[in-house]
Design a protein around this ligand. Sequence first.
Ligand code: FAD
Length: 317
Amino acid sequence: MKVTDYIQKADKTLFSFELLPPLKGEHFEHIEEKINRLLEFNPSYINVTYHQQEIEYENLKNGLLRKRTVRKRPGTVGISAAIQYKTDIDVVPHLICGGFSKEDTENALIDLHFLGIDNLLLLRGDPPATQKFFKAEPEGNNYAIDLVKQVTNMNKGIYLDEKLANSHPSNFCIGVAGYPEKHAEAPNQNSDLKYLKEKVDAGADYIVTQMFFDNKKYFRFVEDCRDLGIDVPIIPGLKPITTKNQLLTLPQTFHIDLPDELVGEIVKCKNNEQAYDLGIKWAIAQSKELIDFGVPALHFYTMGKSDNIYNIARAVF
Ligand code: FAD
């Protein structure tokens, strides 16, 4: 079933979470344990992230460097199908522009469609750590909107090969990302919102937000989107703090602000265990306020951990 159908039929806020595919060499059981713990709270759907290739440099004995391209977390399509068929819960695999030509994307979409997967979260992807700016593949999609257009076309039976006639249409429900505190590269919030509106006009059915720690940012974002005529569901994305160091790394990596009160509380933590507990407490308070506001679903970024999400879900759902 589609994410938007779940939202439409629900009489309360839905629970969903996002998983990372296991590292190369790890078994499905590694991820299964995490899922099984969270099944108690009846997730409506489970997202599975996509990880593009990374570039590594190996020091050779002769003093030269060898460049290697590695994909550390492959298997998004396979893991998504395994989860959907083992748990009978719908999955939302992420697809990104980075590392894909349009042809690669079309082939991945065909696989997903044959596997009975109806939901996608479509993203541009970040540049690899060794690159400053995002660069699309030759013949690839430049922005998430291009990916949205490709999937919308396929939903109408329009494939890349214009010679194909009477092609079978896919039926994907499309989610895209939105940024309550603006995407890092956007010159300002208005510009970012304008492009978000374009993604929705091109066929996105709903939006999932970047993490935020101050609900006021989300409320404002929803207001701004509605003022612009963006009328699709806007699902808040939440990530609990897990370590003291995230005081520095989260703003740097995700270009978000932490509210004064949270900063003060993290500074007071004596160790990571205290920061972990604080993260759970803060996310529970955020979740309760968002549910009272009437959000369609709560989307939790697990970042490979499930104990904290379990504790939050137990307190909230
Ligand atoms: P876009 O919507 O393409 O926007 C990128 C930037 O370009 C923005 O600044 C926007 O304002 C601007 N822009 C958009 N369209 C245009 C245009 N036509 N002309 C000029 N400028 C434009 N990354 C992964 O690699 N794998 C994942 O699984 C993953 N999952 C994510 C899940 C969520 C919920 C979120 C919020 C992010 C996720 N990301 C993931 C990170 C995401 O790929 C990055 O934030 C990326 O930098 C932007 O992706 P986007 O889809 O928002 O890009």
